[in-house]
Ligand binder design. Structure first.
Ligand SMILES: [Zn+2]
Length: 102
């Protein structure tokens, strides 16, 4: 999955969080999934383990399919399709709308 990287700003285009934007915290290339900060949050109930660890409810970002998010171009200020071009022998990502390097 060359399109998305950790630290990218993406917008959700499908599912319960549609329209929300966030930053990618993990890319799971084996399954083509990503986790995005504050997106697809599941409440996890944790049992108390000790006095220092009282457990409780924690928010956890669950992975979602990479096809459910689109990269946000900062110049266009909206989700865009990613294009590629070669530069100095390297494949780089560009905004298919304005051509800016992403
Ligand atoms: Zn753009």
């Amino acid at each position: 999955m060359a399109k998305l990287r950790k630290g990218d700003t993406v917008q959700v285009i499908r599912g319960k969080d549609v329209g929300k934007t966030g930053t990618i915290t993990h890319v799971i290339s084996e399954t083509g999934r990503v986790t995005v900060e504050g997106i697809n949050v599941a409440k996890k109930h944790r049992k108390p383990r000790s006095q220092e660890d009282p457990g409780g409810i924690m928010d956890r970002d669950m992975p979602l399919d990479a096809s459910n998010v689109m990269l946000v171009c900062k110049k266009c200020d909206r989700p865009v399709r990613v294009g590629f071009k070669m530069k100095d022998g390297e494949k780089i990502r560009v905004c298919s709308n304005c051509g800016k390097e992403l």
